[in-house]
Each structure stands twice: as structure tokens, then as C-alpha cells.
Design a protein around this ligand. Structure first.
Ligand SMILES: N[C@@H](CC(=O)c1ccccc1NC=O)C(=O)O
Length: 307
């Protein structure tokens, strides 16, 4: 009978997995139920491309706005019909395991949100191999500082990220804004199918290069920081929604659940949603629809919090 290792085993089931199993657990496309893995990835780029073209054709936008001096430090701002100083902002960080993806194929939620008066910002950051994880975290920080400085009267900044982008958004729970000379008006986080503990990912073929040492993984793990530091939440009033697709892998489910539980224990205002019959990518595709349950939760949160 296993007595001593019970809790540990419960907390880190990945430690007992073979390399093949870890690779499998951390390859979201292999868990897609309605398409094959390759077809799912092709469809993902295709839909992203189409929705972004549509958003640019039908919405007022400011494209390739620099938020920093670097070539890759650009963001797109999509505006609602009625532009005002007091708009709420949703800032989105795309996924792609910090190695792929682009703001130019990631405008999924732009049309339904701008239709309701929310300005949507889609952020580019330097994916690997150009950027390191530390640099990406820094760029994400800078992009939020930029939005706050540009729109100081905003009615709230809400961060949303998908997969690796949810990781980058979650890192902002730990950001030190003092050196940037501005406190962003953060009111909510929408974290979609994210990874919050990067230690298992160090051991996957796809991501080993990004995380050469355990220190790199821990420094970039919001779960590790929140479990270790046990400090007071920096934004106690911020709503944090952690979501995972029903068809996401068991490891993705575990990551989301543990992050949610750690947030609750730490006194953050967190909620958890498992999205019914959704895979890792459909979560985003459905955000193009105004009547989708997640779009509705996002809109409700923004308009409740900013009233
Ligand atoms: N090679 C990965 C791709 C991937 O993980 C991914 C692709 C697009 C958007 C998000 C992703 N995952 C995390 O960031 C896979 O097999 O699913």
C-alpha cells in the first residue's frame, strides 16, 4: 500500500509517465475528437486567418501599433462602433506553445465583443527561437502597460489567453508593475486551456529547448509561484476564470484544476468551467459566436465588473 507518496503521487502523476505518454498528453491536437491531428492544425490556421480578415474588413482597427522598440512588439486594436475614453479592453495572447501563432491569425473574439462595446487588443510577441520565455513574459507586461498608458480612462483591462497564451496571461498575476510607473486597471482574467506548471513540459520533445533548466521552468510557472510565495493576491477584486475543454487531455485538465484550486486557496476570486464537448481549438473557434456560452460569460463578467 502506498502511504508516504500518496499526496505527491496525486499532485504529479506526470512524473510516472513515459516520455511518449508525456508527449501525447501535451500535444493538444492529438486529443481533437472531430478531426485528425494534422487536419485540426490546418483548420486552426485557416479559421484564424479567415476570422482575422473578417475582423479587419468589418471593424475599425489600428494595426501594428508598436508597444515597444522591438520589431516584434506590435499589437492590433479593434474598436467598437462607439469609441470612448471609458471602453473596457480585452487583451488577447495567442497560443502555439511559444513557438508558433501570430496576432494576424488570432482575432477570434473580435466581432462579438466589439459589437457589445468592448475594444479588443491582439498582441504579438517574439515566439521562440527568437524570443525566450522570460522575454515573452516581459513583452506581455509591456503590452499591458502600453494599453493602460494609451487609454488611462479605460473601464477595465481584461486579459485573455489560449494555451501558451493563457500561461503568459497568468504570469501577469505575478507582475511587478512598479518599475513601469503605471498600475494597469486589471479587472479580470480568462484563461483558456492553459499550462501553469511548466515542469512537465521541460520533458516533452516539443518544448525541452525552451526550458533548459528546472529554474527556468519554475521561474516561468505561475502555479509554482503561487504555491511557493503564498502572498496576498495583488488584485483581490479581479475575476479569474480558468477553463478547459472537455476533450483536452488529462494533463491539461489537471493543470487547470490545480491552478484554480491554488488560486482559491490563495484568496483570489477564481472560477472554473469545463467546456462541454469542446476540444483545445474549438474553444477559440466558438468565441467567434456571440451566443456561445464562453462568449456570454466573458461579456457578463466585463459588464458586471465595469459597472
Ligand atoms: N504541436 C501542438 C500545437 C499546439 O500545442 C498548439 C497549437 C495552436 C495553438 C495552441 C497550441 N497549444 C498551446 O499553446 C499540438 O500538437 O497540438
Amino acid at each position: 500500500m502506498d502511504v508516504s507518496g500518496g499526496n505527491h503521487k496525486h499532485k504529479a502523476p506526470w512524473k510516472r509517465m513515459s516520455k511518449e505518454e508525456l508527449d501525447n498528453q501535451y500535444s493538444p491536437s492529438r486529443w481533437v475528437v472531430r478531426l485528425g491531428a494534422e487536419e485540426a492544425m490546418r483548420t486552426y490556421s485557416q479559421i484564424g486567418d479567415e476570422v482575422t480578415k473578417r475582423a479587419r474588413a468589418t471593424r475599425r482597427s489600428l494595426l501594428d501599433v508598436p508597444y515597444g522598440a522591438g520589431e516584434g512588439e506590435k499589437l492590433d486594436i479593434y474598436l467598437p462602433e462607439a469609441v470612448s475614453e471609458a471602453m473596457p479592453f480585452l487583451v488577447f495572447f495567442h497560443g502555439g506553445y511559444w513557438q508558433s501563432g501570430s496576432k494576424d491569425t488570432s482575432a477570434f473574439m473580435v466581432n462579438p465583443l466589439t459589437a457589445q462595446g468592448v475594444a479588443v487588443v491582439i498582441v504579438a510577441y517574439d515566439i521562440a527561437p527568437k524570443g525566450t520565455l522570460d522575454q515573452m513574459v516581459d513583452q506581455v507586461t509591456q503590452s499591458i502597460v502600453f494599453v493602460q498608458k494609451q487609454y488611462p480612462g479605460n473601464q477595465g483591462i481584461y486579459l485573455c489567453g489560449h494555451s501558451a497564451g493563457a500561461h503568459l496571461a497568468a504570469m501577469m498575476l505575478l507582475a511587478d508593475w512598479t518599475k513601469h510607473g503605471v498600475m494597469p486597471n486589471l479587472r479580470g482574467f480568462f484563461l483558456l486551456s492553459g499550462v501553469y506548471d511548466l515542469e512537465p513540459i521541460m520533458h516533452t520533445s516539443e518544448n525541452a529547448r525552451l526550458l533548459p533548466t528546472l529554474e527556468d521552468a519554475q521561474r516561468n510557472s505561475p502555479l509554482w509561484h503561487l504555491e511557493t510565495a503564498r502572498t496576498q493576491p495583488s488584485y483581490p477584486a479581479c475575476s479569474i476564470l480558468v477553463t478547459v475543454g472537455q476533450h483536452d487531455s488529462p494533463e491539461f485538465h489537471r493543470q487547470s484544476r490545480e491552478f484554480y484550486q491554488t488560486l482559491c486557496h490563495g484568496g483570489w476570486k477564481a472560477s472554473f468551467e469545463e467546456l462541454h464537448d469542446m476540444d483545445h481549438f474549438e474553444i477559440l473557434w466558438n468565441l467567434t459566436q456571440e451566443d456561445y456560452v464562453l462568449t456570454q460569460i466573458i461579456l457578463k463578467t466585463i459588464f458586471q465588473e465595469s459597472r
